[in-house]
Unconditional design. Sequence first.
Length: 219
Amino acid sequence: MEIRLEGITKKYQRNNRKISVLDDLSLTIPNGKFALFSGDSGVGKSTLLNIISGVSRPTSGKVYYGKEEITAYNEKQLSDFRRENLGIVTQNCELIPYLTLYENLELSYELNKGPVDEDKKKDMIKQLNELGLYNLENEYPKNLSSGEIKRAAIARSIISKPEVVIMDEPTANLDRKNVTRVLEVLRRCNESGSTVIISSHEGQAIDFADVNINLSDDE
């Protein structure tokens, strides 16, 4: 579904200072596209992704998914909407520490789609392998590097084939090979029907995106 933002403004109060991160921003992300938010640090990429995903509310403005205005939803409606439609990865990737990588994916799928059959189990292992997590499905997060945790969080977010994938800096602090792996997986996810929205400083990401939205200090 098309995602439309109308007049999005986000302001914070910090001590006696009023800080404006986004000011009257309007844009449209067409259905089924791979959209990239780029721009310098501090221009509001993370804030904007949080508003699009309903994790944060704008000071003013509206966010539409199709004809539905999610900025009018209450917290339960937003939570249900995210669970049913979105796959989200923040910069602070976290896995459930007492579950293995496979169990993290399995639980996410069960909460969104229902029981996991044998074909889906194979699909989960394949997804981990595509992200370079070979033979790590039975490992716990404490035994993994930060890059491995990030890639596992990416796998978990897309295993249910959400309608919209939203990721904040999914390629940050990864080596070149894993940057390519992540972008290729997201491109395949997009080609299979998901709208993909990411922020990235990675120049290579431009080659994978259909839409590049550069946020600047004057927006």
